[in-house]
Design a protein around this ligand. Structure first.
Ligand code: ADP
Ligand code: MG
Length: 336
């Protein structure tokens, strides 16, 4: 063989190898959009770019669809109708709404009412979500607390209906909607065969598998008092991690910080804890428990979470001390 043909052959082999490598290489596909009142960021790795793009578009489709069903402020939502007709008639709702409500009531039971989806009258009283926030009087708080009780929510599985028993009862799924929606989006990715993904809806995070190099997804937990700082790093595979903090949505009056996680018993923003992160198999559970633990406080919160083997938590108290469940010992990097 001539020298020149040998060179052609070598170049050909290298090119073929390169093309093969490119085809087989995992491609990183990202998509970021603003929905559910927050930034939703997703990353997936796949060899098949088209499959990846399609999977992401069905995941985002699910999120847009469910956001409307579960948002009580949206006049087309099922929750809007449930609240409007509270105390008058049972309402037929979608399988998804039924599912969210049933799971939420279970967490209500498990947390002694610290997590309560009938919190809406209190959220309204404080005017969270509007520009003109307001500090209610003791009398107003006492009156409104009486309206909050998840036992007033009656689910009929056979008819697929929900009845809010009592005028003035109102649902607010803000404490779990994001978690539930993240789970449904992850289901959509799994159905499309995605085996490596990261989905973050403003701090409600769930991952599929691991990164293509075999490493876990590294998730930073934000420092509750230092905007750009990270207080802990957790490595996860096939899990969800959700943080509830008093720094997300709050206002300050006379040097007092009022935030949007309310103790259903007092009607006031829960004190003592400034951030709770929960790690769970799914984002719904992590989201519900992060809100509940915030209300329960360090001692009761830790007791409940330690009794649930699949859940782990990082709780940060007012004095900025970081507390972790026994299952996280040696598995979380704390930076203080
Ligand atoms: P974020 O919205 O910042 O992710 P959370 O998941 O903790 O934080 O949700 C806070 C929202 O949950 C509030 O805006 C309100 O809609 C709702 N909420 C507040 N207190 C409670 C409670 N005790 N139980 C259930 N939901 C609550
Ligand atoms: Mg929550």
């Amino acid at each position: 063989m001539k020298k020149s043909s040998l060179i052609y052959l070598a170049v050909g082999i290298i090119l073929a190898g390169f093309v093969l490598y490119m085809v087989r290489a995992e491609k990183k596909i990202e998509r970021t959009e603003f929905l559910m009142d927050t930034i939703v960021n997703s990353v997936i790795y796949t060899r098949n770019r088209r499959q990846g793009v399609n999977a992401l578009s069905s995941a985002f489709g699910e999120m847009y669809r469910l956001e409307i069903i579960l948002d009580r402020h949206h006049t087309d939502s099922e929750v809007f109708v449930l609240n409007r007709d509270a105390g008058t008639r049972p309402i037929v709702v979608s399988a998804e709404a039924l599912d969210v409500i049933k799971k939420s009531l279970q967490v209500g039971e498990q947390t002694g009412g610290a997590f309560d989806i009938t919190i809406a009258p209190l959220i309204n009283l404080w005017r969270f979500g509007s520009a003109d926030v307001y500090v209610p009087s003791e009398n107003e708080l006492a009156q409104t607390v009486k309206l909050v009780d998840f036992r007033r929510v009656q689910v009929n599985n056979n008819d697929g209906t929900v009845f809010l028993d009592g005028g003035g009862t109102e649902l607010d799924l803000g404490g779990i909607a994001k978690g539930y929606i993240v789970d449904m989006a992850i289901e959509a990715l799994l159905e499309q065969g995605i085996t490596s993904a990261y989905l973050d809806a403003g701090g409600d995070i769930r991952v599929i598998g691991e990164k293509p190099d075999g490493s876990a997804w590294r998730i930073g937990v934000r420092h509750p008092r230092d905007r750009r700082g990270i207080i802990a790093i957790v490595e996860l595979r096939d899990k969800a991690i959700v943080t509830s903090g008093d720094y997300e949505r709050f206002f300050v009056v006379d040097d007092v910080r009022y935030h949007h996680i309310i103790d259903p018993k007092t009607g006031e923003p829960s004190r003592g804890i400034i951030s709770v992160t929960v790690i769970a198999p799914d984002a719904f559970t992590a989201d519900a428990y992060s809100t509940a633990l915030f209300v329960l406080g360090l001692e009761k919160g830790m007791e409940i979470i330690e009794s649930l083997p699949e859940l782990e938590a990082i709780m940060i108290t007012e004095d900025e001390q970081v507390h972790i469940t026994s299952g996280l010992a040696g598995k979380v990097e704390i930076r203080q």
